[in-house]
Design a protein around this ligand. Structure first.
Ligand code: HEM
Length: 215
């Protein structure tokens, strides 16, 4: 690392290179799946097919983007699973969300590696990803759809659109919070955060790291 950009005191590692590569692969595949999906959803999105080589290519590629996104997402999710279990402290944090948003965090419970909002996002993403994969497989012509009754294929396409809408909204909130919390984007690009950042946003996590280092 360039020493002039190294914060003082020692930076705290937050995401490994593998985690960051994995995260940005999920992000890229999400963008590809979302844009190609919106292109197929309604005629007003048809112009987006130009990004994927026209209508037919968009239709062919979209399910493959989705399957790829599902696989890379679960690789990331398994790495982060253990840090996302909800406890009473997280539920209390979620109830205090208004204070957090207003930057009045005194009295709000200390946060581990991820806060209650991030954990809520994590589990909602798991549900959406599974639902999108299952409904997508049921409607995947020409490979799988013929194996299911037409009524089920139609219902699956309704659910697929619903979960796609939910996940797009979740990711918009996720991206907004990534920019809103100063220093969070650097965590996911460079991999480290300052002690001050960890103390302000994830104090229980910082204490765990210090205790581990002291041992
Ligand atoms: C497309 C643009 C995206 C941007 C700019 C972005 C930004 C970020 C940032 C800055 C963090 C670090 C937060 C922290 O450590 O406090 C992060 C973490 C994370 N991101 Fe993304 N992300 C994007 C897309 C996605 C997508 C599509 C997914 C999954 C479908 C995703 C899943 C996650 C998860 C599970 C974490 C770790 C926990 C969390 O912060 O919620 N991200 N992201």
């Amino acid at each position: 690392m360039n020493d002039r950009r190294r914060p003082f005191p020692e930076p705290i590692p937050r995401y490994t290179a593998n985690e960051r590569t994995n995260h940005w692969l999920v992000a890229l595949s999400f963008i590809a799946a979302a844009l190609s999906g919106l292109a197929l959803f309604h005629p007003w999105g048809f112009w987006l097919t130009a990004l994927f080589g026209g209508g037919q290519w968009t239709r062919i590629l979209h399910p493959f983007f989705g399957v790829f996104m599902f696989i890379v997402f679960f690789l990331l999710a398994f790495r982060m699973w253990g840090d996302n279990t909800m406890d009473a402290r997280d539920r209390e944090w979620i109830r205090s969300m208004r204070q957090v948003v207003n930057n009045r965090e005194e009295g709000v419970p200390e946060v581990g590696r991820f806060n209650g909002g991030q954990k809520l996002l994590f589990w909602s993403l798991i549900v959406c990803m599974i639902a999108l994969l299952l409904t997508g497989l049921v409607m995947w012509r020409p490979y799988l759809a013929a194996a299911f009754p037409l009524g089920l294929v139609r219902f699956a396409s309704l659910l697929h659109a619903f979960f796609a809408l939910v996940i797009i909204c979740l990711i918009i909130v996720h991206i907004y919070s990534g920019f809103w919390v100063k220093g969070a984007m650097a965590a996911m690009t460079r991999g480290w955060v300052t002690r001050g950042w960890a103390y302000k946003h994830h104090r229980a996590w910082l204490r765990d790291i210090d205790e581990r280092d002291a041992r």
